[in-house]
Design a protein around this ligand. Structure first.
Ligand SMILES: NC(=O)c1ccc[n+]([C@@H]2O[C@H](COP(=O)([O-])OP(=O)(O)OC[C@H]3O[C@@H](n4cnc5c(N)ncnc54)[C@H](OP(=O)(O)O)[C@@H]3O)[C@@H](O)[C@H]2O)c1
Length: 306
């Protein structure tokens, strides 16, 4: 049986994204076949397409797409937790710009009941990444202070909400046009990074969350208190800055985690986390969707519907 998917045969710009029919895979014993109802567009898709896939050791051709929401179509003999028809969502790394995807149980969570599949698809990558950055790596505690760069972005907006739910004092940094949005997520204070240098305003942070890197990353060490921690999604730490400011810094790569995904599902169902959708495209228009995502003309997650 065939399925439609967005495949790349070469690394390069958006023109390498091809809408094709490929063989629909069958699940092995420890796998599930999920019918995708919505898949999110993430920056990592564009990085993989541009050539990072090669650095990650991926083989071509490959189907792009890191997270999804859908229903279980078929299960391997060793699957216990899910059955055909279950509504699920999850984070992998590639394979989701497609009508169907093969996943392991560990990559899957129960879809929150109170949101549709489009909203559900926007959650796994962004929320798991924010969770692992601020809780697993930074060990953020109730009452601590955190600066969240990129607070209007997919991962940053989740970091703001998770940190607030933990009882932290949250300062969000984004463009001035997104101030109301970030404040509505629960941020206690806002910095427009385009008109103000955050390091002249912020000090004594327990944690800085950095999805930006570069100069923003380098200027972040000085706003931490002694032994505070800077967790970056994109930038290797600078040993000399860690020593100079007597702080810690880490780079992290997010991982699937079914227990955390269930905790996220429960927070969404309890109304503690909300998500914003920017635009929805049919799967066949993945090229337009990635251009829209790169240009950032709209706030919120870009979603593909097979
Ligand atoms: N390591 C991992 O496991 C992992 C996982 C997920 C994502 N990532 C990476 O993390 C990055 C962010 O991902 P995302 O999905 O959140 O992207 P996104 O939705 O495009 O968000 C990026 C945000 O950064 C803000 N921004 C840009 N320059 C800034 C600056 N100098 N100071 C403060 N904010 C700034 C933008 O805000 P305005 O629009 O308000 O200007 C935008 O909202 C990407 O590079 C992605 O590849 C890594």
């Amino acid at each position: 049986m065939k399925m439609k998917a967005i495949q790349i045969n070469d690394y390069g710009d958006e023109d390498v994204l091809k809408y094709v029919a490929v063989e629909r895979p069958e699940p092995e014993d420890d796998e599930l076949l999920v019918k995708i109802i919505a898949a999110a567009v993430n920056p990592v898709d564009i990085k993989i397409r541009n050539g990072k896939g090669k650095k990650f050791g991926m083989n071509l051709p490959l189907i792009v797409g890191a997270d999804f929401a859908g229903t279980v179509e078929n299960i391997g003999g060793g699957i216990k937790k899910f059955k055909a028809g279950d509504a699920v969502y999850g984070k992998i790394l590639i394979g989701c710009y497609s009508e169907y995807v093969i996943v392991k149980e560990i990559e899957l969570g129960r879809k929150p009941k109170n949101v549709d599949f489009i909203s559900a698809a926007s959650l796994p990558m962004a929320t798991l990444t924010a969770w692992q950055a601020i809780f697993d790596n930074a060990h953020l505690e109730n009452g601590q202070k955190i600066l969240v760069h990129g607070a209007s972005g997919s991962v940053g907006s989740m970091a703001v909400q998770l940190a607030k739910a933990k009882g932290a004092y949250v300062i969000g940094s984004a463009s001035g046009s997104n101030e109301d949005f970030v404040n509505n997520l629960g941020a206690d204070a806002f910095i427009d990074y385009k008109s103000k240098d955050f390091e002249t305003i912020v000090k004594d942070m327990d944690v800085v969350f950095d999805p930006i890197g570069g100069d923003t990353h380098k200027r972040s060490y000085q706003v931490l208190k002694e032994n505070g921690i800077l967790v970056s999604l994109v930038q290797e730490p600078f040993e000399e800055l860690m020593q100079h400011y007597k702080v810690q810094a880490k780079i992290m790569a997010s991982q699937p985690n079914p227990e955390q995904l269930e905790a996220i599902t429960q927070m969404v169902e309890a109304g503690q986390i909300k998500t914003e959708i920017g635009q929805v495209f049919p799967l066949s228009e993945a090229k337009k969707a990635q251009i829209q995502s790169q240009d950032r003309n709209v706030r919120g997650k870009i979603i593909l519907e097979p």
